[in-house]
Design a protein around this ligand. Structure first.
Ligand code: G3P
Ligand code: MG
Length: 390
């Protein structure tokens, strides 16, 4: 039988188990799973760490369902034994940090604002947003169901949208802007399924006056203004939860992710604004998710809290967290994020790149972003890290 991944680590441990000063952060797609298919060694690795109380979190740019549903999925797909199942306190999805915008102390708070939540299957992302505390969530399906002409080519999906669309909080009535549907913020929670409808609606809103759907800002195309007046007429902020251009699904080749949708909308935006202004205008937006510092800060907070659950409230003081091994498959998100992250607790984040996802070590290919180490799979990554920490 293959030796236990932590035999050298275990042999270096005193009998009274020492509190580990290191922890792990695992990416999901391309490291633990390929869609629903477990990657060899994933279950064994997580089971070992849970058994030896070595703290870890799952840090994914994926999402589209509640954290508890995602954790149940993963426990099932990896067939984790009862005493090693992952807890909801251990997962950060692409939109998990967006929950802070739904609290009253969030900066800024959109708890009671009208927010457009984009992406995902059926109504799941609205359910996630409402679970976070957003009280006024609109989806592109709601707008299409109420005004099918808003995008003439989604009529084939009318039945799909009618399954979950809700009446709009206000009609689209540009003649009466005070009482017309106004979007205060846009959050892309997960990969859009109907790119065409979603691109058309986001373009409408980003060109509108103050987010009032159906209006066109009088400033847009105003050549005297620095950016031709675009995005200077109260348009709502646009937040993307996941920057991934590509991701590792069940298909052998990487697939376009939420970053693909973002680039498509950017292309349409540039063409439309250029025709009215004579120059390309970059669309104002906020990117969240790996590799961005804000997401890693949020993840580290979750990891520190989870570590306290296992080892007691004062563990950070008694045994500071010195190192976090980030095991990922995507150099542009997992590896870049860990390499660049400035820890809030003085931990060193070390990037470990696997060959089971987006990065394929074609003959001698080196990743554009250099990890600390390249390993065949998650099992080898955990083994390497344990040997570093023994
Ligand atoms: O949509 C999910 C994809 O963008 C990547 O997910 O788990 O590899 O960060 P993950
Ligand atoms: Mg991945």
């Amino acid at each position: 039988p293959t030796p236990c991944i932590g035999s050298r680590y275990l042999s270096s441990q005193p009998t009274n188990q020492r509190i580990p000063s290191f922890a792990f952060a695992f990416d999901i797609d391309g490291v633990l799973l390929r869609s629903s298919n477990p990657i060899p060694g994933a279950s064994e690795s997580l089971t070992y760490l849970q058994k030896h109380k070595i703290p870890f979190i799952l840090l994914t740019n994926g999402g589209g369902k509640t954290e508890s549903k995602r954790v149940n999925d993963i426990n099932h797909k990896l067939s984790l034994p009862d005493n090693s199942k992952i807890d909801v306190s251990q997962i950060i999805q692409s939109h998990t940090p967006i929950s802070e915008f739904a609290t009253t102390h969030g900066v800024p708070s959109y708890k009671h604002s009208t927010v457009l939540v984009v992406g995902g299957d059926h109504d799941k992302c609205r359910q996630v947003a409402e679970m976070y505390g957003f009280t006024n969530v609109v989806t592109p399906g709601d707008i299409f169901a109420a005004y099918p002409d808003v995008w003439p080519f989604s009529s084939n999906f009318t039945d799909y949208y009618s399954q979950f669309a809700r009446p709009l909080p206000r009609p689209i009535n540009p003649e009466d802007p005070e009482n017309s549907l106004k979007i205060d913020a846009i959050f892309v929670f997960n990969d859009p399924r109907d790119w065409a409808l979603d691109i058309q609606l986001l373009l409408d809103i980003m060109l509108s006056r103050e987010g009032i759907v159906g209006t066109y800002s009088s400033k847009n195309g105003n050549k005297e203004l620095e950016n031709c007046g675009y995005q200077s007429d109260g348009q709502p902020p646009l937040y993307y939860s996941n920057p991934d251009l590509l991701w590792a699904s069940a298909y052998p080749l990487s697939r376009l992710g939420q970053g693909g949708f973002r680039e498509a909308l950017d292309g349409v935006w540039k063409a439309v604004t250029k025709s009215a202004c004579g120059k390309e205008i970059d669309m104002k937006k906020t990117l969240m998710g790996k590799p961005h510092q804000s997401t890693y800060e949020y993840a580290e907070k979750v990891l520190v809290r989870h570590r306290e659950q296992g080892w007691g409230k004062d563990v950070l003081e008694s045994t500071p967290l010195k190192r976090v091994y980030m095991i990922g498959d995507n150099p542009e998100s997992d590896i870049m994020g860990a390499n660049n992250y400035k820890s809030r607790v003085g931990a060193e984040w070390m990037s470990v790149l696997t060959k089971t996802g987006v990065f394929r070590a074609r003959e001698g290919e080196k990743p554009a972003i250099e990890p600390k180490v390249i390993v065949d799979n998650v099992r080898e990554g955990v083994k390497w890290a344990l040997n570093q920490s023994g």
